[in-house]
Ligand binder design. Structure first.
Ligand SMILES: Cc1cc2nc3c(=O)[nH]c(=O)nc-3n(C[C@H](O)[C@H](O)[C@H](O)COP(=O)(O)OP(=O)(O)OC[C@H]3O[C@@H](n4cnc5c(N)ncnc54)[C@H](O)[C@@H]3O)c2cc1C
Ligand code: SF4
Ligand code: SF4
Ligand code: FES
Length: 466
């Protein structure tokens, strides 16, 4: 395509937009709702430019208008500058405190808005909702309500069961809006530091996070690995460290749900790993509203992150006085979609997952035990059924939990346990088990691999930031 922008001849391949043609030739057009890795949205209109086609002039948005042969584009006519000034004035009235809007106002000479000042932080650019849907694949947030009530949040303004706390939305947000005000849990690097300082205690290890104890343990319970999660929960309940535990039980077949149990039998019945992502936050919310206060929860790193973010952000103590949540975090490299895992298990082994006695992922193998027989394959065979969002998660060891438990690093039949807080340490000290040696290098290897994979995903977002 050969076109003219601000009097300069510009060439660009077909399928590109005016914005891409301008930027690749060093011509600046301001944008607020544009990110090169996302579909153009055309919400802020700040990228308005004038085009001339067959003698007719009109104003279009450069971020979603295709570059065409013989198009004449002007990016800085007095009329265009006036349009941008008006838009910036409206945005400044809506979000007078936002640095990005203030600097645009300065650049365009907009001083005091003529409109009534509001005190919003969100400019409704939609970057957060689109990154969550198009890249992360989770769709935890949407623009909800209408008219002046329009805002970004989880559906029905309830706690999200979908958000994995990856923080992508906070990364692309041009303002501070998404970080602390929404019913989701984007966890930024600053949040992690703050959470570690506030809740955890011990040596600060770059790979494993904050911890005071790292052991391999085998309890008398027959669990997934060393049965340590179940043993810790039973001992915590018997010692009255908490009154209720949120665990994950199989429903019918392999499908699983989070349940709140108040006795040892309930804890025992949840033994064993279900390699699925199970909605937990609405269940936790329900338990708090039902009046439960001293709760232990077991979850994967994304769920741990969500609960911590909730504690940090929303001051749960004020809303639910006396609340104490002790978090048992599992190691997790990825989780799977129930339907997909069922289909693949059938395809690979001819086995009905719902009837399996046990599933296990260990040393790169997916192992299913059904009718007393063991079937196994390389875990990479399950690549297509990994849950959306998992590739964006960079935490293998539940580094924000009170105590983390996994299998990597320990001999077969043992669980690796990392105590990270006073509460976690107290729980570990109150539990009976047999010890063995831990191979920390094995854990670190997977920590680094998961982080590297996530960094690759985030690079695409970071590259496109203004
Ligand atoms: C999706 C997933 C992926 C995992 N990936 C790894 C891995 O790559 N490497 C590794 O070392 N360990 C991984 N683990 C942890 C490992 O499978 C064991 O859960 C851990 O070693 C504890 O074993 P245990 O014998 O002490 O647990 P048990 O005493 O058998 O207790 C298991 C506990 O886990 C809870 N639980 C089961 N499924 C879920 C779920 N889907 N979500 C939340 N809680 C659940 C149950 O409520 C139960 O309390 C993963 C766990 C999950 C859920
Ligand atoms: S933290 Fe991640 S999953 Fe949650 S809303 Fe933001 S982008 Fe979506
Ligand atoms: S929260 Fe941030 S990214 Fe999301 S619409 Fe508002 S300003 Fe845009
Ligand atoms: S950047 Fe084009 S409309 Fe927002």
């Amino acid at each position: 395509m050969k076109l003219e922008i601000d009097g300069r001849a510009v060439e660009i391949e077909e399928g590109k937009t005016i914005l891409e043609a301008a930027r690749s030739n060093g011509i600046d057009i301001p944008t607020l709702c544009y990110h090169p890795a996302l579909e153009p949205f055309g919400a802020c209109r700040l990228c308005s430019v004038e085009i001339e086609k067959r003698g007719r002039k009109r104003v279009v948005t450069a971020c979603n208008y295709p570059a065409e042969d013989e198009l004449v584009v002007n990016t800085k006519t007095p009329e265009i500058v006036e349009i941008r000034k008006m838009l910036i004035e409206l945005l400044l009235a809506r979000c007078p405190e936002e640095g990005r809007i203030q600097s645009l106002a300065m650049e365009y000479g907009v001083e005091k808005p003529r409109f009534e000042l509001e005190n919003e932080r969100c400019i409704l650019c939609g970057l957060c909702t689109r990154v969550c849907e198009e890249l992360v694949g989770v769709s935890a947030i949407n623009v909800i309500s209408r008219g002046v009530e329009r805002e970004v949040g989880a559906p029905y303004k309830e706690l999200s069961d979908d958000c994995i706390g990856c923080g992508s939305c906070a990364l692309v947000c041009p303002t501070e809006a998404i970080k602390r005000e929404k019913n989701i849990y984007p966890t930024t690097a600053e949040d992690i530091r703050e959470i570690e300082d506030r809740y955890l205690e011990g040596e600060h290890d770059k790979e494993l996070g904050v911890y005071s104890d790292l052991i391999a343990g085998k309890a008398s319970v027959d669990g997934q690995d060393g049965g340590m999660v179940t043993a810790l929960l039973i001992s915590g309940m018997e010692n009255k460290f908490f009154d209720a535990a949120m665990v994950v039980q199989r429903e019918e077949g392999y499908k699983a749900e989070a349940v709140v149990v108040e006795d040892v039998d309930g804890i025992r019945s949840a033994r064993g790993t279900k390699y699925l992502r199970v909605p937990m936050m609405s269940r936790l919310d329900g338990a708090l509203k039902e009046g439960k206060r001293r709760i232990a929860m077991v979850g994967t790193p994304c769920e741990v992150r969500a609960v911590r973010k909730l504690q940090q952000q929303w001051d749960l103590e004020r809303e639910f006085p006396g609340v104490e949540i002790i978090i048992l975090g599992l190691f997790c490299f990825e989780s799977f979609d129930y339907d997909g895992l069922k289909e693949y298990t059938k395809k690979l082994f001819g086995v009905d997952l719902d009837k399996a006695e046990k599933t296990q992922i260990t040393r790169g193998k997916y192992i299913v035990t059904s009718a007393g027989k063991e079937y196994s394959c390389d875990v990479r065979e399950l690549e297509n059924v990994i849950r959306e969002g998992c590739p964006y998660c960079d935490d293998f060891v539940s580094r924000l939990a009170d105590i983390s438990i996994g299998s990597v690093g320990s001999p077969d039949g043992y669980s690796t346990v990392i105590a990270r807080s006073k509460r976690g340490k107290k729980l570990l000290d109150a539990t009976e088990f047999i010890r063995a040696e831990v191979d920390k290098r094995e854990i670190v290897k997977l920590v680094k691999l998961k982080k590297r994979n996530a960094d690759r995903k985030f690079a695409k977002i970071l590259e496109g930031l203004e």
